[in-house]
Design a protein around this ligand. Structure first.
Ligand SMILES: Nc1ncnc2c1ncn2[C@@H]1O[C@H](COP(=O)(O)OP(=O)(O)O)[C@@H](O)[C@H]1O
Ligand code: SF4
Ligand SMILES: [Mg+2]
Length: 372
């Protein structure tokens, strides 16, 4: 694949490393309805609560955290599938957080989304050709040589047979369907792809192949990625920078190296300890993965803990953690760009991590009882 075949008409040159997307104070509260006979708002799910992040041109930014912490909501806010409660989203310097449909039109094509579930995200009644050319049609774009030629090119780029454009989604495997989703996302030559757990629904043996495809797309086409994942294993080889989310907030962010080798937040330590060395290799091998085993449940985002939201599960929590919310800042010992939100951070090392982890005794008993 050469850049020429894929991007015949680069609309505007942008320099790698410049900020492409700048999110600031982004917040989404979903109202909770209750009461009888008249339903009223009785509270709010604080799904995303004031997050800041910057994705630079051509870079892959990983967003990681347990289920329910607000990752998909963040992705949907950025792709403007949801309206933010407050905060701003600047794309190439322009605030798009409140832009109307019309104002968004010129940049809509530049930000695309790949969804978690390749089964439900493709229309079963449309041919693959129709699915992939859909975004071109909607945006009135006819590439040189026509849409069908472009569809064939795209199928080739994502590793599918270009002759299969007349087939329907059910004729493809899960991994192949996700490749169709990637082809559709590439159809309009985007500059940013928000990939929401793009491999979580796939067999482990297929995950590495799709991750490799995305990595190829990112590197060779210079497309920036916001890559959402629920564990650190998947983004390890993919993302230059990683942010860790917990209950609607980013609690640590930094270069890959800092997050994996010198994490400071107890939660990042816990996430890393739950992830054995995983090697995503070219031949599609990928080691198994354990679940995060922290004591207690994730608190409800309707009434999150005061102060530090992680305190109810943190082995280092002290009084201050309940009264003062730790700001996300560069703490002493961190390199530039490595920010941590914790009053009593861990040493910048990955050693002794096993002792630090509080296992839920009930969970351990269950697992031992399972006899595996
Ligand atoms: N449309 C919605 N209405 C109400 N609550 C929602 C809605 N979408 C998500 N939530 C809630 O917001 C929180 C964050 O969800 P989500 O962004 O999907 O997390 P993640 O992708 O990290 O699993 C969860 O508590 C979820 O139940
Ligand atoms: S601020 Fe306190 S409760 Fe929160 S992670 Fe740090 S030590 Fe744990
Ligand atoms: Mg999600």
């Amino acid at each position: 694949m050469t850049e020429d075949t894929v991007l015949p008409a680069q609309r505007e040159q942008v320099t790698v490393g410049e900020p492409l997307l700048e999110v600031s104070g982004l917040t989404k509260y979903f109202p909770v309805k209750g009461g009888f006979p008249i339903k009223r708002t009785v509270g709010h799910v604080q799904a995303v609560d004031g997050i800041d992040l910057t994705v630079r041109v051509g870079e892959s930014f990983g967003l990681v955290g347990e289920s329910g912490c607000g990752k998909s909501t963040t992705g949907r806010l950025i792709t403007r599938l949801l309206e933010p409660t407050s905060g701003s989203i600047a794309y190439r310097g322009k605030d798009i957080s409140r832009a109307t449909r019309r104002q968004l039109a010129p940049i809509r094509s530049e930000i695309q989304m790949i969804f978690q579930d390749p089964y439900s995200s493709l229309n079963p009644r449309q041919t693959v050709g129709k699915i992939i050319s859909g975004p071109m049609e909607i945006n009135g774009i006819t590439p040189e040589g026509g849409r069908e030629k472009r569809v064939r090119e795209l199928l080739e780029i994502v590793g599918l047979n270009p002759e299969h454009f007349n087939r329907f989604p059910h004729e493809f495997s899960g991994g192949q369907r996700q490749r169709i989703g990637v082809a559709r996302a590439l159809a309009l030559e985007p500059k940013l792809i928000v990939a929401d757990e793009p491999v979580s629904a796939l067999d482990v043996s297929i995950q590495a192949q799709v991750v490799n495809l995305l990595q190829k797309v990112q590197k060779e086409l210079g497309i920036a990625f916001l890559f959402i994942a629920h564990d650190l294993a998947v983004v390890r080889h993919f993302s230059q920078r990683v942010a860790v989310m917990y209950l609607g907030k980013i609690i640590e962010v930094g270069d890959r190296e800092a997050i994996y080798n010198r994490p400071r937040h107890p939660y990042t330590h816990a996430l890393l300890s739950a992830v054995p060395e995983v090697n995503l290799t070219d031949d599609g091998e990928s080691a198994g993965r354990e679940r995060i085993r922290l004591a207690g449940d994730v608190p409800s985002p309707i009434s999150p803990p005061s102060g530090c939201r992680f305190r109810t599960r943190c082995w280092k929590a002290q009084d201050k953690c309940a009264t003062e919310e730790p700001p996300l800042v560069r703490i002493s010992g961190n390199q530039e760009g490595h920010l941590t939100a914790c009053h009593f951070p861990e040493e910048p090392t990955t050693e002794a991590r096993d002792e630090d982890i509080v296992l839920d005794p009930a969970l351990v008993a269950l697992e031992e009882g399972a006899g595996e």
